[in-house]
Ligand binder design. Structure first.
Ligand SMILES: O=c1ccn([C@@H]2O[C@H](COP(=O)(O)O)[C@@H](O)[C@H]2O)c(=O)[nH]1
Length: 277
């Protein structure tokens, strides 16, 4: 399979970079007139995929909202991933896995082994057991043509306590993660498969080197207060590699398919205008 960085760049060029989250919050299920149950979960996820698959580069299912229903929720997640991929849209599984290396290998098998029912084009991972603990996921992603998004500078205010902590060598933890990713992506064209999560909510990030030759997933637009117009100021020259994520900001317009499509199209247009400068 062509590597994830190449497939993502092609999708971004063709459809624009918007990533829509599939986050079936209980409140959203209620707002859509659905039950907070497995049937509601399935209807919600199906509707989002059918409405938006041709319009977005990436879907980002949030695993937590499926896992809370146990094995039947996981089955819905499997079908959602399969439907999205069959429709030609990339799937970034937001499961934020991270553990000691030997356990990380099992998480990697779940989401990054090609014949797994939850195989996804990319996976979010947490490096806070040490970047090296992610090695089994990096290796399997390379083997499978998949990608990773490593939590570097998250969109929530609490993240700063960890990510902006300064190491003995004077670098912050977040900057260190970005440097690891730049190493993974060295020499890749058109860009590498190993991305960073960097919140769109964070204001000026010019003290960080965001030039990792890989994608930057930017959550925080919409419900968390950031807007597409913020992207150039936050990301500077790296804005070309930004994959902006919107979840509730789009999903709140369902279940009406045309309202979902209009909301996604409006975000996509705002992002296009902001990135074009
Ligand atoms: O730093 C991060 C990393 C991940 N997320 C996830 O993105 C979506 C955001 O949802 P909104 O409804 O658009 O706020 C959600 O799944 C988070 O878990 C993040 O927000 N920040």
């Amino acid at each position: 399979m062509t590597d994830f960085g190449t497939r993502l760049r092609a999708a971004m060029d063709e459809r624009g970079p918007l990533c829509v989250g599939i986050d079936p919050h209980a409140a959203l299920l209620g707002r859509w007139g659905l039950g907070d149950d497995v049937a509601g979960l399935e209807r919600f996820s199906r509707t989002v995929v059918e409405a938006l698959a041709d319009q977005v580069a990436v879907f980002k299912p949030q695993a937590a909202f499926f896992e809370r229903f146990g094995s039947r929720g996981i089955a819905v997640l499997e079908r959602t991933v399969a439907d999205a991929r069959a429709a030609g849209t990339l799937v970034l599984m937001d499961a934020k896995r991270g553990d000691i290396g030997s356990t990380m290998a099992a998480y990697a098998e779940t989401f990054l082994r090609k014949d797994s029912p939850l195989f996804s084009d990319a996976l979010t991972v947490s490096p806070y057991l040490g970047y090296g603990s992610l090695r089994p996921a990096v290796d399997l992603a390379r083997e499978s043509g998949a990608g990773l998004f490593v939590l570097a500078l998250t969109s929530n205010p609490e993240g700063a306590e960890v990510q902006r902590a300064v190491r003995e060598d004077g670098r912050t933890i977040g900057a260190t993660m970005l440097a690891h990713l730049a190493e993974e992506n060295a020499g890749a064209t058109p860009m590498g498969s190993f991305g960073a999560v960097v919140g769109a909510t964070l204001g000026d990030l010019s003290s960080f080197d965001l030039d990792i030759n890989g994608p930057l997933l930017a959550p925080g637009i919409g419900a968390q207060g950031a807007t597409p117009a913020d992207l150039p100021a936050v990301f500077g020259a790296a804005v070309r590699n930004v994959v902006p994520n919107v979840s509730r900001g789009v999903l709140q317009h369902g279940p009406d398919t045309s309202a979902l499509r209009s909301a996604a199209a409006a975000f996509a247009e705002e992002i296009r205008a902001a990135v074009a400068g």
